[in-house]
Design a binder for this molecule. Structure first.
Ligand code: CP3
Length: 354
């Protein structure tokens, strides 16, 4: 396997010294890039793009050709796991993901089986190994999955939701059913992420996009507990290096201390918290990733520069910060603005790493 040429992303996650603050963008391969839209059109629909290892590799590499990014992220989706459990994922244009067979009853949950990552999810593993090979050691490859709670919201609701009516009803009326579902998902995710590492992923991120919809106590019971189970089950070393794990609960700013206790290496921050406060709260336990509002990329390069400056100053001296957006990049962002954002991070952060 090729030697890693740029490892500052892995080093920052493990709180080792770096020359500048590493940066990547959530959803960096996506519809804001014209070359992504062209490859997606060639593939047909979104899932066909995910199922084609060569094309998934191509779209993963597209943002790296344009920008000086410090990490690549596997091109796939969190919903591949429920799809492999037999729910029948499809995308309705303009409406986001849907499932043909939602799991909203205890009987449906009982019937769910745990997918074999090398079989039903073999296409993801082929994408991982293809990307790792084609990266040729340029930057590390991030593998990922959804958190059990976030995956369960889509599975129980049958698609995206704003109110989480069905799953919250299940949480409070039939908690045993939901726990059975979350437990099966945690087992599935452990196998899936360990297989990604076996196939070449060098770092892992767990997206808990909807953990922030839970109450203080329910977050611990239905989301954090299952992310803990995943962290406990993960392969933590590969190729003689530690495989850092990042937990990202969107809207989870109030719970950072509890998240840091899980034994993960880093926390993802959305834009609602001050990164300096977050650093003081978690101390030396974990590194931090974040946290510019993705909408700031609509602003001028000068305004973006100022914002980057402020976030870097708030984090302060030393390692342990991976710069990122607080959530995925929006599809109507000008690709030039994304480029100047990345350059601002590298240029302005030098002074904090002397
Ligand atoms: O970051 C990357 O570049 C890697 C690829 C990636 C995608 N989805 C590609 C994608 C990653 C890491 C994800 C994660 C994901 N998927 C999450 C967690 C992160 C988050 O945003 O909170 C969630 C909740 C999903 C579920 C999902 N997939 C939704 C809600 C949608 C529709 C979004 C929309 O804007 O239409 C998707 C589809 C999807 N996944 C797209 C991409 C590039 C857009 C599909 C297209 O090309 O039309």
């Amino acid at each position: 396997m090729a030697e890693l040429k740029n490892d500052r992303y892995l080093r920052a996650l493990l709180k080792q010294p770096v020359d500048v603050t590493p940066v990547w963008m959530m959803r960096q391969a996506g519809r804001y890039l014209p070359e992504y839209k062209a490859t997606r059109a060639q593939a047909g629909d979104f899932m066909s793009l995910c199922r084609n290892a060569e094309l998934a590799c191509e779209v993963t590499l597209q943002p790296l050709r344009r920008y000086d990014l410090d990490a690549a992220i596997l091109f796939s989706d969190i919903l591949t796991v429920p799809d492999a459990m037999g729910l029948g994922l499809y995308f309705e244009t303009g409406e986001g993901p849907r499932f043909e067979r939602p799991t909203d009853t205890i009987d449906a949950i009982k019937k769910l089986s745990i997918p074999d990552p090398e079989d039903e999810l073999g296409y993801v593993m082929r994408a991982v190994s293809t990307i790792r090979r084609e990266l040729n050691g340029a930057v590390p490859l991030i593998g990922f999955s959804g958190s059990p709670w976030t995956l369960a919201t889509y599975m129980v609701e049958g698609g995206s939701s704003k109110t989480f009516e069905k799953i919250k009803r299940m949480a409070y009326v039939e908690p045993a059913a939901l726990h059975m579902l979350l437990d099966k998902l945690a087992d599935s995710v452990v196998l899936y992420l360990n297989a990604q590492v076996a196939n070449g992923a060098q770092s892992l991120m767990i997206f808990d996009s909807w953990g922030g919809a839970l109450s203080h106590h329910a977050y611990r019971e239905f989301s954090l507990r299952y992310m803990q189970k995943i962290v406990d089950g993960l392969t933590r070393f590969a190729d003689g290096r530690k495989v850092p794990v990042t937990l990202f609960t969107k809207g989870g700013g109030l719970w950072l201390e509890a998240m840091a206790e899980t034994g993960c290496d880093a926390l993802g921050l959305d834009w609602t918290v001050d990164i300096g406060d977050a650093r003081r709260r978690v101390g030396d336990k974990v590194a931090l990733q974040g946290n510019m509002d993705p909408s700031m990329l609509y602003a001028s390069p000068e305004r973006i520069h100022q914002e980057v400056d402020q976030i870097l100053a708030s984090y302060g001296e030393g390692t342990g910060h991976v710069f990122n957006l607080g959530h995925g990049i929006h599809q109507h962002v000008d690709p030039e603005h994304a480029g100047s954002f990345i350059n601002s991070v590298h240029e302005l952060s030098k002074q904090y790493h002397k």
